[in-house]
Design a protein. Structure first.
Length: 143
């Protein structure tokens, strides 16, 4: 959540989105891990004259207020990229995907900062979603 980290992640993520040909209107995922990643991407996009907004998927809808599970700049029918700080099993991304698809989003893919290479990418791809990671555990020398 450092300013430097957000700047680096936002710029790298925008590059990867372009390489994949993903042009999302929105980015976001399951709170809390996805939130700074989504905000970094939206800020980087704005700095380059592009419009990409963010949303957050709550773990549970609140019993008061809007009582929504998906909050933020979410619009039904939008093309979205679900983001993650780390992919381990893929379950957080799948939970976020189910939530936004139930609200009418079109999921273009999943982008993570780190793929821990513990089966999450495979689970997401088997579910029919493309996955992009900025770096893997192997590339970090952790495996």
């Amino acid at each position: 959540m450092s300013g430097e980290g957000l700047e680096v992640i936002g710029a790298l993520a925008l590059e990867r989105l372009a390489v994949r040909g993903w042009e999302p209107q929105l980015v976001g995922g399951l709170t809390l891990g996805a939130d700074p990643v989504a905000y970094a991407i939206t800020a980087a996009a704005r700095g380059r004259g592009r419009s990409v907004d963010a949303f957050t998927v709550r773990k549970q809808p609140k019993a008061h207020g809007t009582a929504k599970r998906v909050e933020g700049c979410f619009v039904s029918g939008a093309g979205v990229v679900v983001v993650e700080d780390v992919i381990t099993t893929g379950q957080s991304a799948l939970e976020a995907i189910r939530a936004v698809e139930s609200e009418g989003a079109r999921v273009l893919g999943v982008l993570a900062v780190v793929d821990r290479e513990e089966g999450g990418r495979v689970a997401l791809e088997q579910a029919g979603y493309q996955v992009e990671a900025l770096i893997t555990a192997t590339e970090l020398g952790l495996v």
